[in-house]
Design a protein around this ligand. Sequence first.
Ligand code: AP5
Length: 208
Amino acid sequence: MAPVDMDALKSKKVPIIWVLGGPGSGKGTQCERLIQRYGFQHLSSGDLLRDEVASGSAKGKELNEMMKNGVLVPRAVVLDLIKQAMLKNLGSAKGFLIDGYPREVEQGVDFEDQIAPAALVLYFDCSDETMTERLLFRAKSSGRADDNEETIKKRLVTFHQCSEPVIKKYAEKCVSISANTDVDTISKKCFESVDKTLKDLGLPVPSN
Ligand code: AP5
């Protein structure tokens, strides 16, 4: 894999927000709300990987097997996809929502070393029961190979083992939001945190 030059992004200094939480905690749903309010670019590691799978490449086939097993794909693969997507969307970016990344401590370290530090970490704290219920409901229409009972169980195990330590490591810049409730209540808490981060960075905050 050829190294990706991230200097253009480093010099632009746009805020980067990591959006974390277990499978079905509402990361994608809340990112939609955040895009509407702030006009940020949204990059979901899961979507980038599914695009690679859909391309039919040999790499995509390997990734699909791992995703169907609910395990993490190799970290160089996902970081490279994120770098490429950030550079592609840099022109108009007011900020980046990085959804579903980092999922293990090493991914966070790689990102901040090779790209830039995250300004804020939003973590959606949700019970396994609620997440499972939401994903099983979504399974009726999503067509996702990993939205089935067996893989959801594995995704939850991977989350608890690999991703919870990320929250501990970045506790200082992490805001934990209870995500067992309705979408609007969660959005309100997200907006409060992002507004504060923008203010702290001396950046404009939406007026409504
Ligand atoms: P990824 O695509 O990131 O999936 P995930 O983390 O398992 O979570 P989802 O995207 O399914 O859920 P979400 O939290 O976004 O919730 P959503 O808003 O959609 O990852 C898939 C796989 O790719 C991984 O298992 C791994 O193999 C691989 N991968 C990804 N990133 C990786 C990385 N960094 N490193 C290595 N491997 C990686 O909501 C879910 C449902 O609930 C929806 O139907 C929604 O309408 C509903 N809902 C949302 N919020 C609420 C609410 N408050 N109340 C009621 N319903 C709600």
